[in-house]
Design a protein around this ligand. Structure first.
Ligand code: HEM
Length: 112
């Protein structure tokens, strides 16, 4: 079963624009990592002020290999003193197992 790793980050208001900009220019290396399945950056709208970096992996090992890799370090090395991970705000890593999932039904040609 897949695992979900969510990094929940509180970003001070005056740094949010820059934070999102960093993600628009992100390394893009995670897409080529074995076992990587999905990534989303979620901006808080209501009920929370935490950004969520949602990632899904084929296994715990796949995630850990990426987290210990140079790709991870490189993806987090930028940002200078205002956006380097340590300075962006508080962050928490949440881990989940996917136990049920669904996507929209795909209608095939010729079917109702
Ligand atoms: C102190 C904690 C962390 C902070 C503040 C942080 C912040 C950031 C920022 C600002 C970027 C944009 C790239 C850049 O700045 O150059 C980034 C990239 C990314 N982060 Fe984090 N991050 C942290 C830890 C983590 C963890 C534990 C995960 C695991 C889910 C994660 C997942 C990602 C992913 C998937 C990318 C995109 C990498 C790519 O494009 O190859 N981050 N992070």
């Amino acid at each position: 079963m897949s695992v979900v790793k969510i990094n929940a980050i509180t970003v001070p208001e005056d740094r949010q624009e820059r934070f999102e900009e960093r993600f628009r220019g992100r390394a893009g290396a995670v897409e080529s990592t074995p076992g990587f399945e999905w990534f989303e950056l979620l901006r808080p709208r209501e009920g929370t002020d935490q950004y969520l970096v949602y990632t899904r992996w084929s296994s715990e090992e796949a995630y850990e290999a990426w987290q210990n890799s140079q790709d991870f370090d490189r993806a987090h090395a930028g940002g200078g003193d205002t956006l380097a991970p340590a300075a962006a705000g508080s962050s928490h890593l949440w881990s989940y197992e996917v136990i049920e999932y669904a996507g929209p039904r795909v209608h095939q040609e010729g079917q109702a």
